[in-house]
Design a binder for this molecule. Structure first.
Ligand code: HEC
Ligand code: HEC
Length: 228
């Protein structure tokens, strides 16, 4: 009888220890998930664009209050980008999968905040109307660009560069020419490994004129209606 009771006591102690351990592990995993959240974690949050507007002050310093970016410094237009695409990019910078010191700094948990903050700021940016007056190319290779775009890119990025909110394909319409052009060279020079992997076939064998033409063509598409 006494032995049975002692065994029971030990079992209870063991159960309590296991529970404490499990909760500590759970909390650690949760903290890690906030520090380096997955796209799925961020998407699962109900986003609040009003909270996002407050957070956007961090971004406005570079991307401007309207989200139009800046030609100097090759800061992209982000206003009106699909929310899923914005989330993917912010997570990629935070997790060190996409490299740019300025964005890696801005997307840090200490600066931007947790997974909820990423969801909120993305919701706000997705609702901003795309400002007009982006930088365009010189117009020299537009025919080559239009031709290649229609054959290789249009299927995914849309007839007018509108992308797809459902498939998380970025809107490229009315983006700054210089920024777009640099993305291609970043791929060719292995500075965007994810984009390189997903676009190796589409971007294969493009020469300078083709890259110039595609970037120019995209910069001239009229911004489509926001998906949010
Ligand atoms: C210090 C300047 C700076 C700040 C602050 C900043 N950004 Fe950026 N952002 C950039 C630059 C420069 C790039 C282009 C980087 C590259 O080429 O990868 C960029 C790229 C991006 C992209 C990728 C665009 C695309 O087309 O793929 C997104 C999305 C973005 N920023 C959102 C934000 C948000 C949201 C904030 C605020 C939380 C923010 N940025 C704060 C400078 C900044
Ligand atoms: C199979 C579909 C598909 C095709 C074909 C395709 N893209 Fe994409 N593209 C995507 C997706 C999806 C992303 C987002 C990738 C990510 O989040 O890393 C993307 C991202 C991009 C970006 C990065 C935008 C940014 O600022 O981060 C550029 C630039 C781009 N594509 C240009 C092109 C061009 C030019 C072509 C044709 C030569 C092309 N793509 C063909 C699906 C496609």
């Amino acid at each position: 009888m006494l032995r049975a009771r002692r065994q029971l006591a030990w079992l209870l102690v063991l159960a309590v220890l296991l529970a404490v351990l499990a909760s500590a592990l759970g909390r650690a995993a949760q903290a890690g998930d906030e520090e380096q959240p997955s796209v799925a974690t961020v998407r699962a949050r109900a986003s609040n664009p009003i909270a996002g507007e407050r957070l956007y002050a961090i971004c406005a310093a570079c991307h401007g209050t309207e989200g139009g970016g800046r030609v100097a410094g090759e800061i992209p237009v982000i206003a009106g980008q699909h929310p899923g695409v914005l989330i993917r990019q912010l997570v990629a910078y935070r997790n060190g999968v996409r490299w740019d010191v300025r964005m890696e700094h801005a997307a840090q948990i200490r600066r931007l905040g947790d997974a909820q903050a990423i969801a909120d700021v993305a919701a706000y940016v997705a609702r901003l109307p795309t400002p007009l007056g982006n930088q365009r190319g010189a117009g020299q290779n537009l025919n080559i660009g239009a031709n290649i775009y229609d054959r290789r890119c249009r299927n995914c990025h849309g007839a007018a560069g509108e992308g797809s909110a459902v498939r998380d394909v970025p809107r490229l319409a009315a983006q700054h020419y210089g920024y777009l052009r640099r993305q291609f060279f970043d791929v060719l020079e292995h500075r965007r490994p994810e984009l390189e992997a997903s676009h190796s076939a589409a971007m294969q064998g493009l020469d300078r004129d083709a890259i110039d033409g595609i970037a120019d063509r995209l910069s001239r598409f009229k911004p489509a209606k926001n998906s949010r």
